[in-house]
Design a protein around this ligand. Sequence first.
Ligand SMILES: C[S@@+](CC[C@H](N)C(=O)[O-])C[C@H]1O[C@@H](n2cnc3c(N)ncnc32)[C@H](O)[C@@H]1O
Ligand code: SF4
Length: 452
Amino acid sequence: MSTEKSDQVETEVGSYFISNYPPFSQWSRESLPAAMAAMNKPPANVPLGLYLHIPFCRKRCKFCYFKVYTDQNATQVEEYLAALSREIELVSRLPVMGERPFRFVYFGGGTPSFLSGKQLERLVDRLRANINWDKAEEVTFECEPGTLSEPKINTLKELGVTRLSLGVENFSDTVLEENGRAHLSAEVYKAWKWIEAANFYNVNIDLIAGMVGETWENWRDCVRRTVELAPESVTIYQMELPFNTVYSKGILEEHAASPVADWPTKRAWVDYAFNELAAAGYSVSSAYTMIKDPQKVSFSYRDNLWQGSDLLATGVASFGHVSGVHYQNVAEWSEYVGTLDANAEDGGHLPLGRAMVPTAHQLLVRELILQLKRGYLRPAYFQEKFGVDVVAEWRDAWSRHEAAGLIEPGTLSASDATQDGAEIRLTRKGLLQVDGMLPAFFEPEHQGVRYT
Ligand SMILES: C[S@@+](CC[C@H](N)C(=O)[O-])C[C@H]1O[C@@H](n2cnc3c(N)ncnc32)[C@H](O)[C@@H]1O
Ligand code: SF4
């Protein structure tokens, strides 16, 4: 899950997770008029999703790089939720909404489950004055175990949540404490009983391979406990050290060695977990996720986004994409709530911060790198959608990846773009370091630039 070069071993400060293209560092305020223009036109014929960012957490984990606030009081939470509701009201009137229902909705964070049952119900009432997600095939809600209670879980069920994602990360209390997590393992087990009783369509558990203090013995125990809980899906991230984490700052200030296991070890841990989960009947759904029943569980948010759907992003610092244009909301609290102030002279306006208009080729690169994270690629899809033979276009990059053992032998030469069923498939070795494979597909001017 990193852009580490294949020869890099240590987990150094500055690693990051590729989630978009072109790199965020290339987005700018100058392109905002293009984003507004796209929002004010009718939509293209693509699915529509909604992301709502809830930026509160009980504590800041020492490894976390998300935009989060940890000491907001009830008045500030209310101020934020009022701004978010106002933003949704403005978004709901945009011509780009068209007649499209939301195909998927994602409450992410931060920690959406930080909100109390009352705050949640009030937020949803305010949102429902302008939008609904009755036709959505997936409504995801991210939870931190220690914030859950039985009534809150039942409220989530009533609000239409279909996919509950639980940030377990690890089962060792020593490891959880060392990494600054707000919860301990007992809270996972307490919440699990309520979650099971509420019978969500899909429950996902997040784990991180390579938390500070991780050992082989403890990791085996984490995987065993996860298999025992038997969630519908398990997502395993390899620990990253982007610049803005507490650990990264400490390492840079003290010129200290990285406290995080090296890349080969983290890959070996994920490999072990994938094998154990496979033995328990799970299948690979992407480089990060194993699922129990591929017939039952799809991942609408991910699959639609990775195939160029529109995503209306709301909340401070959120990233979205409409009619082929990328945009991000302003990243500062005061600017975000100030821009949306309903009492302002203009009644508040959308809090857009920066944008980027990718070329058709850049949209192709974006889909190619995101879809490769599934572990396979169908050249015919790209031939039909973009009119490009991706095997011929990136022949050198593919050959290098194949020579490094990252691609299943034979699948590249058999992948004729005109053939419908042909797939380029990654080996397990490739899957475990897929993010390191992706910059080879970037345009030359984006290969060395800062990503965020
Ligand atoms: C927004 S959080 C999930 C919900 C909730 N905030 C929590 O942590 O329980 C998203 C996930 O990102 C992952 N994550 C955060 N920082 C990471 C890092 N530095 N490296 C790898 N994964 C990370 C964690 O697995 C976490 O569950
Ligand atoms: S990992 Fe989750 S709980 Fe921890 S600081 Fe980040 S968003 Fe908050």
